[in-house]
Write a protein that binds this ligand. Structure first.
Ligand code: SF4
Length: 326
């Protein structure tokens, strides 16, 4: 299928500055050579622990963050080279939904004002059209047009995330990027918001990128999942393959921590030792070697190649490179 977004060898390094002259003394290698695509109508999950670069990778495609290297193509156009006009159109096409719906909504604005803001910026839906648009957006996310006159603090957490989603829909985008869109919500509310996103996806022909630390959340919505560790993709697969036969020891460890209702699927919990190392000075070879229960001598010396398992399933781990060489 046609890819809306194609990311190749993306690098996002943040300089660390020190002293009066603000000299660069190092870099945070937040995203370090990441490639992925988003097809039209697809839901892509980007998963990993905090500090793995998932948010940076997801956000970089909007060019809201500086891109250090690599290419990001939007329907074939290079996002890095875009001028003001094209960038404006791009930002309209890609909208963000944030983790904390409360801090992302201005408390002094009514919901109608919040939803109007992006339309004002882009000069869209004026006069009578505006009123209709506001009512439509609120109803679409399960709120009533009357609620548009209220302020964010008058709503529950789940309702506030509905408002955040309505704002993201205001300009009729093609892609919504959700950064931990349900992590701040009660588990009972999470399912409602996930269902809402799924409905919107089919009703509005949307493509979604869902960034989450929680594999249980992305399992329900994503067609394909990318697992990141310290700025790199370690595994990428259609969700069935990722959950059914995870290849990378890191993915296996993450999955072993997800509670499963089916006792037949129950696996022994893999507890990872230590914290995620610093992205300022990532480990040599396989970046996961300092915590990997399956580490071998080669692992700290050589960067593992991405191995293709077929059917869109890839993983970067020396365990499999060996197996295929024999
Ligand atoms: Fe573990 Fe080595 Fe595979 Fe890295 S390459 S995940 S350290 S076995």
């Amino acid at each position: 299928s046609e890819s809306l977004i194609r990311v190749e060898d993306l690098k996002v390094y943040f300089p660390i500055k020190r002293g009066i002259l603000s000299r660069t003394i190092g870099y945070v290698y937040a995203v370090d050579g990441v490639s992925f695509t988003l097809a039209r109508g697809e839901t892509l999950g980007i998963v990993g622990e905090s500090g793995c670069g998932k948010t940076t990778a997801g956000m970089a495609v909007t060019r809201l963050l500086p891109i250090t290297g690599g290419t990001v193509l939007w329907q074939g156009d290079d996002v890095v080279k875009m001028g003001k006009g094209s960038l404006r159109r791009l930002r309209r096409e890609m909208q963000l939904v944030f983790q904390d719906p409360y801090s992302s909504l201005n408390p002094r604005m009514t919901v109608n004002e919040i939803l109007s803001d992006p339309m004002d910026v882009h000069g869209l839906y004026t006069g009578k059209q505006r009123r209709e648009r506001l009512a439509f957006l609120l109803e679409t996310v399960g709120l009533s047009p009357e609620q548009g006159r209220r302020y964010p603090h008058e709503f529950s957490g789940g309702q506030r995330q509905r408002i955040g989603i309505a704002r993201a829909l205001a300009l009729d985008p093609s892609v919504i990027i959700g950064d931990e869109p349900v992590s701040a919500l009660d588990v009972s509310i999470q399912a409602q918001i996930i269902n809402l996103l799924m409905d919107l996806k089919s009703n509005f022909d949307l493509s979604l990128i869902v960034i989450s630390h929680d594999l249980a959340v992305v399992e329900y919505i994503c067609d394909r999942i990318i697992v990141m560790y310290l700025g790199k993709i370690v595994e990428s697969a259609p969700y069935k393959d990722l959950y059914g036969s995870p290849k990378h020891p890191y993915t296996q460890a993450l999955l072993s921590a997800v509670p499963v209702p089916d006792p037949m699927r129950k696996k022994e919990r893999v507890v990872l030792s230590g914290d995620v190392p610093s992205p300022i000075d990532p480990p040599s070879g396989c970046r996961f070697h300092t915590r990997c229960p399956e580490r071998m001598t080669i692992c700290e010396k050589e960067i593992p190649e991405m191995i293709n398992f077929g059917g869109g399933h890839t993983a970067a781990c020396h365990l499999y490179a060996r197996a295929t060489m024999q």
